[in-house]
Design a protein around this ligand. Structure first.
Ligand code: BF8
Length: 620
């Protein structure tokens, strides 16, 4: 019988190895959870106070109210707002860490990093209204970082990032009272409103969810992206390889997994250290092979072309290759199962963030003030571990595919010759029908990569330019869609544009916080055309999403005016009121709205119909 857990041959091979070795993965644990809690699936259980937990009977026979009197509509809306708040907090706390690193570098307290993109630093300083005249780079960087830290608890009215959006969009947010004021403030207010006995109006709760998510997209995520570019360099097109076949049979394999580039940048530098390479050789290895996974993988892939071993559902499979000397993690999307699994092999599971400790992990905290030394220490741990590898248990799938990544806004503009005009022209003359942003995770509820790859293929075949981030982009990398040669899979118009500009039809724009790059391009296109973002022939999709961060992303993309298709069902179906708000009323309120479609081919039709509607409305 066909194994429907993945379409990725490397993953399928590793799942066979897992079965033969009697090892469990997320797919097994997902099966063991069946049937999953129906109340939870519908969003109808509430644990917000200790009179509960309460749950609402969706069939109408049992209780229709919690002990406090909360209806299903209130409970579903409160639960969704908490998901958004958690997702926004994760992205934004990541952003804060990057800003604080820049502040430390500028103040001379952190010495192992330098400012890699001074012109971006200057551009951001101007954007923040800071005077740069006669100031040193260090002073400007310090002022900028301090101004950016203000964004988290600002009292000046609203977030700086909002100034990027067209006036029409700002007016919509103002009218609805959802202009984000401060990043931390919106998250705190979300928690306050969902505390017992505060906000009990589903629409009011959802509107704050939109505001909270906007503080992520146009705040925390935007700062994470922009300040990472300043510190580590703005990505430029770069070639590399993807999938588990990037692991080496004879080198010390180190997998970096998580999200923040602060440590992974140092690991990239340390892995080139000749003394460490010699130490690896002295242990019988051919060298050091640093590879990435998930979004920290995307960060170093975008800036250095570091190989990416896979996306979210491959984190356990990478360990099961038996070829990893170390898995090094920081924060987010790291399965707590990794410690126990690593113990079945010689693999060292190393956690590095004081915020994220795991069972079975060796904790080597990253000290930003001594970051290179921390990175060297971690790499030495992996080198020391190489002789413990049992080569008889090593199985590395051969699958790899080349990618071209690194499409920051600046790189895209560069490819277009310095302005958005060629892109606008191509859209106007319908060589490019529209633009779709495909983002998000893997989820064992659906076949790994199936929806990502098939949705991307279906869209490019119909001349929709696809831009991607996160695990969606890694799925496309593995499927060979991030190469200029993939233009042959595109419709005639898109293929012509790709060939003329040397671009792939699917552009990798970075990690999940880098969806802010996509927002920036959408806002710039709208401003150029004198329209609102909601008027553009643009759509979003999260075909295999699973995390709370993805809920925040979906919310800010919709609140920014962009129609978004979800490929896994969000826990809101317990409330017709909330489902109707998200899938219908949102269109009138903010221009964007959600659809849920689990079939990627049907999802492609929804995206294309939306794009065609927008084209017709614009008269193009
Ligand atoms: O932030 S796509 S599984 S890795 S949440 Fe996580 Fe989802 Fe992957 Fe990156 Ni984004």
């Amino acid at each position: 019988m066909k194994d429907t857990r993945s379409i990725d041959p490397a993953s399928l091979q590793m799942l066979k190895v897992a079965r033969d070795e009697g090892l469990e993965t997320a797919w097994d644990r997902y099966l063991a959870q069946q049937p999953q809690c129906g109340f939870g699936e519908l969003g109808l259980c509430c644990r917000n106070c200790n009179m509960g937990p309460c749950r609402i009977d969706p069939f109408g026979d049992g209780p229709q109210k919690g002990v406090c009197g909360a209806t299903g509509d209130i409970i579903v809306a409160r639960n969704l707002l908490r998901m958004i708040a958690a997702g926004a907090a994760a992205h934004s706390d990541h952003g804060r860490d990057i800003v604080e690193t820049l502040r430390g570098v500028a103040a001379g307290e952190i010495r192992d990093y330098t400012i890699k993109d001074e012109s971006k630093l200057m551009a951001l300083a101007r954007e923040f209204g800071l005077s740069t005249e006669g100031e040193t780079v260090q002073v400007i960087a310090k002022k900028l970082a301090e101004a950016a830290l203000e964004e988290f608890g600002t009292r000046k009215g609203y977030l700086q990032g909002i100034n990027r959006v067209p006036v029409k969009r700002k007016e919509i947010w103002e009218k609805l009272g959802i202009t984000p004021r401060g990043i931390d403030r919106e998250v705190v207010e979300a928690m306050h409103r969902t505390h017992f006995g505060v906000d009990n109006d589903p629409a009011n709760l959802i509107l704050h969810g939109l505001r909270c998510s906007l503080s992520d997209g146009w705040g925390g995520s935007l700062l994470a992206t922009e300040f990472s570019d300043v510190l580590f360099g703005t990505p430029r097109p770069v070639r590399g390889r993807s999938n588990l076949g990037v692991l080496s049979k004879d080198a010390v394999n180190i997998l970096v997994h998580g999200h923040e580039p602060v440590l992974s940048e140092m690991l990239v530098a340390a892995a080139k250290d000749l003394a460490l390479i010699s130490a690896a050789r002295a242990k019988g290895a051919s060298g050091i092979n640093l590879v990435g996974m998930c979004c920290t993988g995307n960060e170093i892939l975008m800036r250095h072309g570091v190989p990416v071993a896979g996306n979210f559902l491959q984190q356990e499979l990478a360990i099961i290759t038996g070829a990893l000397e170390a898995v090094v993690v920081d924060v987010q999307c790291i399965m707590p199962a990794l410690g126990q699994l690593a113990a079945c092999y010689h693999t060292k599971f190393i956690s590095t963030s004081p915020k994220a400790k795991f069972p079975g992990a060796l904790h080597i905290p990253l000290d930003e003030h001594n970051a290179l030394e921390t990175a060297r220490k971690i790499i030495l741990q992996a080198i020391e571990n190489y002789p413990n590898r049992d080569q008889n248990r090593v199985y590395i799938p051969e699958e790899t595919a080349e990618y071209v990544a690194g499409f920051s806004v600046e790189a895209l503009l560069n490819a277009l010759g310095g302005t958005l005009d060629p892109l606008i022209e191509a859209v106007k003359n319908k060589k490019i029908r529209g633009i779709a942003a495909l983002v998000g995770c893997n989820n064992p509820k659906v076949t790994q990569d199936h929806s990502h790859v098939n949705l991307a293929k279906a869209l490019i075949a119909r001349d929709v330019l696809v831009v991607e981030t996160g695990c969606a982009a890694i799925a496309s990398a593995k499927a060979g869609l991030l190469l200029p040669e993939a233009a042959e899979l595109a419709g005639a118009g898109l293929a012509e544009v790709c060939r003329a500009l040397g671009l792939p039809p699917v552009l990798h724009m970075g990690s999940c916080v880098d969806i802010s790059r996509i927002l920036t391009v959408a806002a710039a296109l709208a401003r150029e055309l004198g329209v609102d973002i909601a008027d553009l022939p643009v759509a979003g999709a999260a075909p295999e999403w699973m995390s709370e961060k993805a809920v925040s992303i979906g919310a800010y993309v919709v609140a920014s005016g962009i129609f978004t298709v979800l490929g896994t069902v969000p826990p809101v179906l317990g409330s017709n009121v909330v489902a109707d708000l998200l899938t219908r009323q949102a269109k009138d309120l903010v221009g964007g709205y959600f659809a849920v479609e689990t079939d990627p081919f049907k999802a492609a039709e929804l995206v294309i119909a939306h794009i065609d509607d927008k084209r017709a409305a614009m008269g193009i």
